[in-house]
Design a protein around this ligand. Structure first.
Ligand SMILES: C=C(O[C@@H]1C=C(C(=O)O)C=C[C@H]1O)C(=O)O
Length: 139
């Protein structure tokens, strides 16, 4: 789903690059304020916080599934590393993170989120791979 293309997105600066330094709003709002920002041809979301959280729970389950599949490939990569020293490949790490930040805008993902999440994915993946390498006996 995506936001209606004909309306102004007051939060568009929150997607591009570093977050802007905005003065903190003091407003007290009657909820739900604004208008729904998730929509397709027939329906919009969301009408309650419970509906929002059901959507988030569904996405989180899909993320876990995809992260498990990614970890399986990361483990497999270890089999092609000759020594512990070459498990981490900093040039590839940078390529993956920068690629995610570049592609974020096309997916309407905030670039700050892409950078933080992919940095965490890479760092934890390298630690996992080192554990795999250290776990096997000498061949
Ligand atoms: C999976 C690899 O091993 C490491 C983990 C990476 C990743 O999680 O994407 C990338 C580079 C390496 O630091 C690889 O070399 O491709």
């Amino acid at each position: 789903g995506s936001m209606h293309a004909l309306t102004t997105d007051f939060a568009e600066a929150c997607y591009l690059g570093a977050l802007p330094s905005l003065g903190p709003s003091n407003s007290i709002r009657l909820t739900p304020w604004g208008s729904p920002t998730i929509m397709n041809e027939t329906t919009t979301c969301c009408s309650s916080l419970d509906e929002v959280r059901a959507g988030i729970d569904s996405i989180d389950a899909q993320l876990l599934n995809l992260l498990a599949q990614r970890a399986a490939y990361v483990r497999e990569a270890t089999r092609f590393k000759t020594t512990r020293d070459v498990v981490d490949v900093p040039t590839r790490d940078t390529q993956v993170i920068d690629g995610a930040v570049q592609n974020a805008l096309a997916f309407h993902l905030p670039q700050t989120v892409a950078k933080a999440v992919f940095t965490a994915i890479i760092n934890s993946s390298v630690s996992f791979e080192l554990c795999v390498f250290d776990s096997y006996p000498d061949t």
